[in-house]
Design a protein around this ligand. Structure first.
Ligand SMILES: [Zn+2]
Length: 412
C-alpha cells in the first residue's frame, strides 16, 4: 500500500516539523537580580534564555523577560547524589519496608520525587532499588514531575559472593542499565560501622565496574573500610562518620569524591524516632549510635572541609521523612563544617554533576546545558538557608513551580 505509506511519512514529517517549530519558537527568558552559574561565577541583573529543553544563553539585562523573578537568585537545579527516593512511611506512620502492592510502592516513590523536585533538586542518584528503573523511565517521559533519576538498582555487600560471582553481578547490572554500582563496605552506623567486605571483594566490584566504565559509590564509615575502598579503585565514599585526617587526605590525593551526610539523615531519624523504632536495627542501641554520630559528624565535616583538594559532593542519604528537606545538608555543611557557601553551591551543582559524569549536561548555567534551573528567595552566596526557600523550578525547559517568594518557605 504505497499510498498509505506515503501518507504516513507525510504525517510523520508534519509532526516532526511541528515539534521542531515549537522548539524553535518557545524561547523562555528568565530574569532575576542575581544568577549563580554553578561554577563560582555570579552575574547581577541577568537573564537565562531557554529554547526547548536547553539553555541557549545567559546574558545581562532583563529585556523581553518571560518570567521576571525580581530579587530572587537563579542557580542550576540542585543535585543530590544519595537519596533513597523510594523510602516512605506507611498509613500507620511507621517505616513501610514491604508495600502491599508494587503500585503502592511506585506511587510513594513518585510522591517523594515530586517533593524533591519542588525543593529544587532536578537530579538525584538513588542507591538503589529495582523499581527505580520504572520511576526513572516514567520521569524521563517528561510528564510526571520529578528529578532525573540515576539508580544502582541493586547493591553489593559482604554477602554478594566470591570475587568471580561479584564480577558477574556487576556485568549483569551493566546490561540492565544501572547508572552506578552501590557497595556496602562497612556496617551501618547503627552497628558500629566496621569494615564488612573483604579487600578481595572490594577489588572485584570496583575493579570490574571500572573495566566496564561504570561509576562506584561506597557506604563506608570506618577509616579501614574507606582506605580499602579507595585502594580498590572505588570512586566515591558515602557517610564516613569516622573518617580521620589520613583517609580524608587519601581521598583527596586519589581524586575520590566524598559525600559526608551531616545535615539531614541522622537528624531525620532522631526527629522521627517513633516512626522507625523497633524495626530491624532501629533499636535503642542503634539510636544511641546515631545520637553519637551527630557529634562525630560535626568533628568530621570540619576536617573534611579543611582538607585541601578534597572533592565534597552534595548528598543527603535521604530516607523516609527526609525527602524535600535535602538542602538542609548544605546548611549544615556551611554552619557546622565551615564550608564557604559558594563551595556548598558548587558541591550541589557542577561538582555533583562531575561526580555523575554529567558535567557537560547539567549543574552549570551556560549555553548548551540542559534547562534545569531554580530560583531561591535570598542570596545563597551569603545566606545558605536561601537554598531551602525555592520559589521557581524548571527542569528540561518545563516550569514546575513558580510561587511568590513569600510562599517559598516550608514548601513541604
Ligand atoms: Zn544510603
Amino acid at each position: 500500500m504505497p499510498a498509505m505509506k506515503a501518507t504516513l511519512i507525510a504525517a510523520a514529517a508534519l509532526i516532526f516539523a511541528t515539534v521542531a517549530l515549537s522548539a524553535q519558537t518557545s524561547t523562555i527568558r528568565i530574569h532575576a537580580a542575581k544568577v549563580v552559574d554553578g561554577t563560582g561565577k555570579v552575574l547581577t541583573n541577568a537573564t537565562v534564555v531557554v529554547q526547548g529543553s536547553k539553555i541557549t544563553a545567559v546574558q545581562s539585562g532583563s529585556a523581553g523577560a518571560t518570567y521576571d523573578l525580581g530579587q530572587l537568585t537563579i542557580l542550576p537545579g540542585m543535585i543530590d547524589v544519595h537519596s533513597h527516593i523510594g523510602w516512605h512511611f506507611g498509613p500507620d506512620g511507621r517505616l513501610q519496608q514491604r508495600d502491599p502492592s508494587p503500585a503502592d510502592a511506585i506511587l510513594y516513590s513518585a510522591e517523594n520525587a515530586y517533593v524533591t523536585l519542588m525543593a529544587g533538586f532536578t537530579t538525584i542518584q538513588s542507591p538503589g532499588q529495582p523499581n527505580d528503573v520504572d520511576l526513572r523511565a516514567a520521569i524521563a517521559r517528561g510528564v510526571l514531575p520529578g528529578p532525573r533519576i540515576l539508580t544502582s538498582i541493586r547493591t553489593f555487600s559482604e554477602n554478594s559472593g566470591t570475587p568471580d560471582e561479584i564480577r558477574a553481578k556487576v556485568q549483569q547490572l551493566k546490561k540492565e542499565n544501572a547508572d552506578v554500582i552501590k557497595i556496602f563496605a562497612s556496617a551501618s552506623i547503627r552497628d558500629g560501622g566496621k569494615q564488612t567486605m573483604t579487600d578481595e571483594q572490594l577489588q572485584a566490584v570496583c575493579g570490574e565496574a571500572k573495566a566496564l566504565g561504570m561509576r562506584t559509590m561506597v557506604h563506608a564509615h570506618s577509616p579501614e573500610s574507606i582506605k580499602a575502598s579507595v585502594n580498590a579503585g572505588c570512586q566515591q565514599i558515602e557517610h564516613g562518620v569516622f573518617a580521620n585526617d589520613e583517609v580524608l587526605k587519601l581521598m583527596a590525593d586519589k581524586g575520590v569524591f566524598f559525600d559526608p551526610n551531616v545535615g539531614v539523615v541522622l537528624q531525620n531519624y532522631l526527629k522521627n524516632k517513633s516512626h522507625f523504632l523497633g524495626i530491624g536495627n532501629y533499636n535503642e542501641e542503634g539510636f544511641a549510635y546515631m545520637e553519637k554520630g551527630l557529634d562525630l559528624n560535626k568533628v568530621m565535616i570540619k576536617k573534611a572541609v579543611a582538607t585541601p583538594n578534597l572533592m565534597l559532593v552534595m548528598g543527603t542519604d535521604a530516607v523516609a521523612g527526609a525527602h524535600g528537606h535535602n538542602a538542609d545538608e548544605l546548611v549544615a555543611r556551611v554552619r557546622e563544617g565551615g564550608q564557604k557557601p559558594m563551595d556548598a553551591i558548587i558541591s550541589a551543582t557542577s561538582l555533583a554533576a562531575r561526580s555523575l559524569r554529567l558535567e557537560k549536561a547539567i549543574g552549570t548555567l551556560a549555553a548548551g546545558y540542559d534547562a534545569d534551573l531554580i530560583a531561591v528567595d535570598g542570596d545563597p552566596t551569603t545566606d545558605i538557608t536561601a537554598l531551602t526557600r525555592v520559589a521557581f523550578v524548571m527542569r528540561g525547559g518545563n516550569v514546575y513551580k513558580n510561587v511568590p517568594a513569600s510562599a517559598a518557605h516550608g514548601t513541604r
